[in-house]
Design a protein around this ligand. Structure first.
Ligand SMILES: [Fe+2]
Ligand SMILES: [Fe+2]
Length: 163
């Protein structure tokens, strides 16, 4: 038994079930991102909206794919993919704004959501180290996608800061 496994026993939960919990959190984050990116890409108006809408539309497909890969991994580890009744929303800064032309609010909300996703994957990557390389590999790939998304939206924000 590894030191990691032994120490986790004290906290009551096996590393495997902590990993399943982490994957479930990540799954919900992806699902909420999909909801809010669909809403934001639909709600935005104005001449500046188009590139943001297009970027969000592309990301939506990727985030759905992330959720599916996480769901598959939860099953591989013996967990159950939850239904919608256990969903708890948290992306306060991605709610529709009063001003539907406020692209900066959407950009900032997206960067925050991506950062939150990245932080969750980092935690999982550390938790999986030496214990579960399959999940670790998946989380590294998904985190890299989120870093790409974040970079794109940081670029958008840079442009608005110059104005
Ligand atoms: Fe994602
Ligand atoms: Fe993303």
């Amino acid at each position: 038994m590894s030191a990691k496994r032994a120490s986790s026993k004290k906290s009551g939960k096996s590393v495997q079930s902590q990993i399943i919990d982490g994957l479930t959190d990540a799954y919900w984050k992806e699902m909420e991102t999909v909801q809010n990116y669909i809403a934001a890409s639909s709600n935005l108006d104005g001449v500046d909206a188009d590139p943001i809408k297009k970027a969000l539309a592309g990301d939506i497909t990727e985030e759905v794919g992330h959720a599916q890969q996480l769901a598959n991994r939860i099953r591989v580890l013996g967990g159950v993919v939850p239904g919608s009744m256990t969903f708890k929303a948290s992306q306060k800064n991605l709610q529709p704004t009063k001003d539907s032309t406020d692209v900066v609010a959407v950009i900032k909300g997206v960067i925050e959501a991506e950062n939150d996703g990245i932080a969750g994957y980092m935690k999982l990557i550390r938790l999986c180290d030496g214990v579960d390389y399959g999940t670790q590999d998946l989380c590294i790939a998904l985190m890299t996608d989120e870093e790409d998304h974040r970079r794109e939206f940081e670029g958008f924000l840079k442009q608005y800061k110059k104005r």
